[in-house]
Design a protein around this ligand. Structure first.
Ligand code: DC
Length: 230
């Protein structure tokens, strides 16, 4: 296994990427439980910055103003138990991270290279503390390109759209996917070495089994922790 962290050769990152509502978060969370890892939702970090931009009444299209805001705010990314947390100036945006207005503006904010530079550093910092499973758009291609453990999660567009509406969310996922895939900096791609897993016809459990099988084939020494049914 190639070590990801020079000072801690046994520490590793699992990269889970894919389009909106492909099932990445659910899958990453379940894999984290089964393997005893901390799960990091990198999209929540881009959402938190978007929330702050909107809260400050900054126009998301005003790139210079967004970049200037980055110097004035303090973003703290940590973890509670096995889940990542993100606060800005001490405030946790909570459910507002998934509001319609954040959904509509997060792709514009995440296309700004300076925003990405800042958040990618914070994402890499997690590996200084622990092994992680991180989900997002560029985790296997940019954040941890050297990890051998990479899965690209996909699902048919209509399956993904109904997952979002079932969750009661207003989210134009086709528009977000287009923006996230077409941006110049760190677009959504199938990273080199990633295995594609289509979850359209999987249950959560069978998708987790399939993902763990892929990780084993990629060389992850899997030691599952007994699952505790909530
Ligand atoms: O995973 P999500 O849908 O919560 O992500 C919200 C947005 O954040 C997504 O549309 C694009 C951006 N994002 C990104 O650019 N890079 C990541 N690694 C994660 C998310």
């Amino acid at each position: 296994m190639s070590p990801n962290h020079p000072a801690h050769p046994s520490r590793f990152a699992i990269a889970i990427d894919g389009p909106a509502a492909s099932g990445k978060s659910t899958l990453a969370r379940e894999i984290a439980k089964r393997l005893g890892l901390v799960m990091i939702n990198s999209g929540a970090m881009y959402r938190a910055v978007t929330w702050k931009v909107l809260q400050q009444n900054i126009d998301p299209a005003d790139t210079a103003a967004v970049i200037a805001l980055l110097d004035r705010i303090h973003i703290h990314c940590g973890e509670t138990g096995m889940t990542s947390t993100c606060t800005i100036d001490g405030a946790d945006p909570g459910d507002e991270l998934r509001s319609e207005v954040v959904n509509a503006n997060v792709s514009a904010i995440s296309a700004i290279p300076e925003v990405r530079d800042l958040l990618v550093k914070l994402q890499r910092n997690y590996l200084d503390h622990t092994s992680i499973i991180m989900e997002g758009r560029d985790i296997g291609s940019v954040v941890f390109p050297e990890t051998p453990f990479k899965i690209y999660i996909d699902a048919h567009e209509d399956v993904r759209a109904s997952r979002r509406s079932d969750a009661g969310e207003v989210d134009s996922i086709a528009a977000r996917d287009a923006a996230d895939s077409e941006r110049v900096t760190a677009p959504l791609i199938v990273a080199e070495g990633a295995v594609v897993l289509d979850t359209s016809h999987h249950t959560i459990e069978s998708a987790v089994d399939a993902a763990i099988e892929i990780l084993k084939q990629q060389g992850l020494p899997v030691q599952e922790t007994p699952s505790i049914v909530p």
